[in-house]
Design a protein around this ligand. Structure first.
Ligand SMILES: Nc1nc2c(c(=O)[nH]1)N[C@H]1C(S)=C(S)[C@@H](COP(=O)(O)OP(=O)(O)OC[C@H]3O[C@@H](n4cnc5c(=O)[nH]c(N)nc54)[C@H](O)[C@@H]3O)O[C@H]1N2
Ligand SMILES: Nc1nc2c(c(=O)[nH]1)N[C@H]1C(S)=C(S)[C@@H](COP(=O)(O)OP(=O)(O)OC[C@H]3O[C@@H](n4cnc5c(=O)[nH]c(N)nc54)[C@H](O)[C@@H]3O)O[C@H]1N2
Ligand code: SF4
Ligand SMILES: [Mo]
Length: 753
């Protein structure tokens, strides 16, 4: 082939990275003649990311080329696997699930949804219908090892689990970060490409960054101040901060005042927890708390933000709530430079939410431990026991979609035995890994560059509003199926319908909410909308509909916008391949509030009651000097599943135990040696790194490793196996209110190995 024909097969396409929440624009150079990625760079013309990339984006090339990535359905027979056709796979899955359902009822089938579901917007459209077709209430997901406490506190305070306030990092003067490491994670529940650049800009404009974290994390290192808190004590710390705000007359709710209930109740609760009373439990000096309260109150615009460290702990819901209590009391909720609610271009056009009648909480409970449902899901810490505890109502089959609970959820050893005992398991996944090796059938969807995407979730969390359409980079390979097609097929078969009927029902449902009387498009009829949307079934037409009826939608009218604002439809997005800037976040209160009272509930009864549990723990916390385990993330790693890409996995060992020098001496551990870590439920051995970046009394081990399982097909990951930190996580340790697993602050014993 001559160089010119080689070049003519090259093309440059602009997309969004699907790997994490930052949603960076990527420019992918492809060689069409061989369907390969030549290179991946940051898209400098993307208005949201401006060219920023982290190293993981380049890993998309390795992911696309990975010979271990599954291309055909796999069927297990004992310990051997063979490829089967899609029809045979669907027949098998539906007949087995139906048989179990008719014999034992729909709740005999459990479902688990993992994190990548949130990054496949097309599939996400088809998941609720699939869940309805299964009819089970025994639904689990990564939510309850992640943001469940924040969803719950937001629901109680503002009326919806979707109302997650996002820090306005680009305009704030003071950012207080608890239990998050955005320099490495690139931000979470805060979609912000280039967090390093945004934090640097904050410092450059004279702003202040304070980080509260047991480890001097990559973010703490660039902060003005780092407060090395004892794990699991954020609720004490925040209560003391609130105490000082009241005590020194520093609260100023401003325009929030008339829309807020419960200020006095919070004042009364905080009265008992001055910083002097909580210092032993938190490890933070009273003067540091007082100074922080004064600075927060003095800042023109401040934002308080908490993430994984504040959620995955014993008082996760209280800590998540108190983060926003601080934002309200300092008048920083819903104002520029504080925390705000971005508008989603595919969301509701106006803020006229239905007031919440009943909380989506504890409407049913798990069978064995009685853990509460929230938002239609049960806490995943209960999954093993719901399978392995005898009883007519136990879970006998599991549908696992883009999830790796073996490495992501507590007590991996017990879960492994439970999964092995199931009557039937099916995984929808791109790998045969630590979890999917237990499945009877694995259904592999197309890879990340072979599918289109639209970021429903993350558009609603963007620190600056913007929108981008991501068509596939490569055509779907012959004989492959997208995840949305797999879910549509399963839905159809389980409900005895055709796939056409599944699509039609979805379209009607979406049309009902988008056009006609009482909607954002009152003068548009269903028929008119249908004509405009075209008759190609599938996700694209639904997204077009949502965009057109959304806040920036064209409302099915051809007239150009008079105000210079874009008028969105899928066609306008297709024409803007780098994405469209939709401006800074704007205030939305009081209209947004969906609480029964129509006000911000600063002291919801469920949370107030839970404070008794917190208070009861204070003395034990203050006395305890036991070692506890926390996690950490690495820039080149993505939870449990980007470890099979050599370009990312190579380099120094990452699955190491960080130990403070003081503890190392006490325990007889040497840097470079090995340590045995034991908890109530398990034991692992890991290489030791002695460093004062971790506070005394705390050791840190990343999660998502432990790739040495028999039956997995992960050649690269196997060479960098590491150990599964969730063999140590105890399924009985939960935030009692939400049921979220405790993954930070696990009591452990450490000794030299
Ligand atoms: N100890 C400890 N445990 C933790 C955490 C922690 O901080 N510490 N963090 C928790 C958090 S925040 C999360 S979100 C969870 C994550 O928990 P999970 O979602 O259960 O695990 P992931 O590691 O994200 O694994 C994703 C799975 O999806 C597959 N996959 C990847 N992309 C796709 C795709 O596009 N389609 C399909 N069908 N499959 C795909 C991968 O092969 C893998 O099997 O882990 C939690 N567990
Ligand atoms: N590179 C990379 N990026 C990722 C991921 C990844 O695996 N790798 N995962 C993605 C996912 S699914 C998520 S949810 C996000 C998570 O995003 P982040 O929450 O920003 O990420 P983490 O690194 O888990 O940060 C948690 C921090 O909390 C600290 N911590 C532990 N216990 C406590 C405590 O009790 N109190 C306080 N105040 N701090 C505590 C830990 O030391 C750690 O520094 O990252 C996303 N981005
Ligand atoms: S930070 Fe990295 S993984 Fe996340 S979207 Fe950007 S390039 Fe992708
Ligand atoms: Mo997560």
């Amino acid at each position: 082939m001559s160089t010119s024909t080689q070049r003519s097969a090259h093309a440059l396409v602009h997309r969004t990275c699907p790997l994490c929440e930052a949603k960076c624009g990527i420019s992918v150079e492809v060689d069409r003649s061989v369907q390969q990625v030549v290179t991946i760079r940051g898209d400098r013309e993307d208005p949201f990311s401006g060219g920023f990339l982290c190293p993981k984006a380049y890993g998309l090339k390795g992911l696309h080329e990975d010979p271990d990535r599954l291309q055909r359905p796999l069927r297990r027979d004992g310990s051997s696997w063979r490829e089967i056709g899609w029809d045979e796979a669907f027949d098998l899955v539906t007949s087995r699930l139906q048989a179990i359902r008719s014999a034992h009822g729909p709740d005999a089938i459990g479902t688990y949804l993992g994190n990548p579901n949130a990054h496949d917007g097309f599939a996400g459209l088809y998941t609720p219908g699939f869940q309805r077709a299964l009819g089970t209430r025994w639904r689990f997901s990564a939510t309850s090892v992640d943001q469940l406490p924040k969803a719950m506190s937001s629901c109680l305070m503002f009326g919806s689990p979707a109302y997650l306030p996002v820090p306005d990092v680009d305009r704030t003067d003071f950012l207080l970060v608890l239990g998050a490491n955005p320099m490495t994670s690139n931000g979470s529940l805060m979609t912000a490409a280039d967090m390093p650049g945004r934090l640097e800009a904050l410092r450059k404009r004279g702003g202040t960054l304070v980080v509260v974290d047991p480890r001097r994390s990559e973010t703490a290192r660039i902060a003005d101040r780092h407060l090395a808190i004892r794990p699991g004590s954020d609720a004490f710390f925040l209560f003391s901060l609130v105490h000082v705000l009241f005590e020194e007359g520093l609260t100023r709710l401003g325009r929030l005042e008339p829309m807020t209930n419960g200020v006095d109740a919070v004042r009364a609760l905080a009265r008992e927890l001055p910083p002097e009373r909580t210092a032993a439990a938190t490890g933070i000096a009273p003067d540091d708390v007082r100074r922080l309260a004064r600075e927060l109150a003095a800042a023109e615009r401040a934002a308080c933000y908490g993430r994984i460290g504040t959620c995955t702990q014993e008082f996760g819901t209280l800590a998540s709530w108190l983060v926003d209590v601080v934002n309200v009391l300092t008048g920083n909720l819903d104002r520029p430079g504080g925390v705000m609610w971005p508008r989603s271009p595919a969301g509701a056009a106006t803020d006229r939410p239905a007031r919440r009648a009943a909380l989506p909480y504890a409407r049913w409970r798990s069978r064995v431990r009685g853990l509460p449902e929230f938002g239609g899901e049960l806490p995943v810490a209960a999954l093993s026991e719901e399978i392995d505890t005898a009883g007519e109502k136990r879970i006998r089959a599991l549908v696992c979609i883009a999830g790796n609970p073996m490495l992501s959820t507590p007590n991996g050893a017990r879960l492994g035995k439970a999964l092995a005992s199931l009557d039937f398991m099916v995984s929808i996944d791109i790998y045969r890994n630590e979890t999917t090796r237990f499945a009877d059938v694995i259904l592999p969807p197309t890879g990340h560059l072979e599918r289109g995407n639209f970021d429903f979730f993350f558009h609603a969390l963007m620190v600056r509003q913007s929108v981008k359409w991501t068509p596939p980079v490569f055509e779907k390979p012959a004989g492959a199926m997208h995840q949305w097609e797999i879910l549509r097929e399963l839905t159809a078969r389980l409900s005895g319908a055709t796939t056409e009927a599944v699509d039609e029902a979805m379209l009607q449902h979406f049309l009902g909410a988008a056009v006609g009387p009482g909607t954002a498009c009152p003068d548009v009829t269903s028929e008119e909308a249908r004509r405009a949307l075209g008759d190609v079934a599938g996700p694209e037409r639904l997204i077009d509909l949502r965009l057109r009826a959304g806040p920036w939608g064209d409302r099915f009218v051809a007239a150009p916008a008079a105000d210079g604002q874009p008028r969105l439809s899928l066609a306008t997005l297709r024409a803007a391949e780098h994405g469209i800037d939709l401006g800074p976040i704007a205030p939305r209160l009081p209209n947004l509030l969906a609480t029964e009272s129509g006000k911000i509930e600063l002291a919801p009864p469920l949370l107030v009651e839970d404070v008794a549990r917190l208070r009861a723990a204070l003395d034990a916390r203050s006395a305890g000097d036991d070692l506890v385990l926390v996690g950490r993330r690495h820039l080149r790693s993505n939870n449990s599943w980007m470890h099979n890409v050599e370009a990312l996995a190579k380099g120094p060992e990452r699955c190491t135990l960080l130990v403070n020098p003081h503890d190392a001496t006490r325990l007889g551990l040497a840097d470079g040696g090995r340590a045995r870590v034991r908890s109530r439920v398990g034991e692992v051995t890991a290489p030791v790194v002695v460093s004062d970046e971790i506070r005394p009394g705390v050791v840190s081990l990343p999660h998502g490793f432990g790739h040495d399982a028999d039956g997995a097909q992960l050649a690269v990951a196997h060479r960098h196996a590491g150990v599964n930190s969730n063999l140590l996580a105890d399924e009985t340790l939960i935030d009692a209110l939400s049921g979220n697993a405790v993954l930070n602050g696990i009591p452990v014993e450490v000794s030299a190995a």
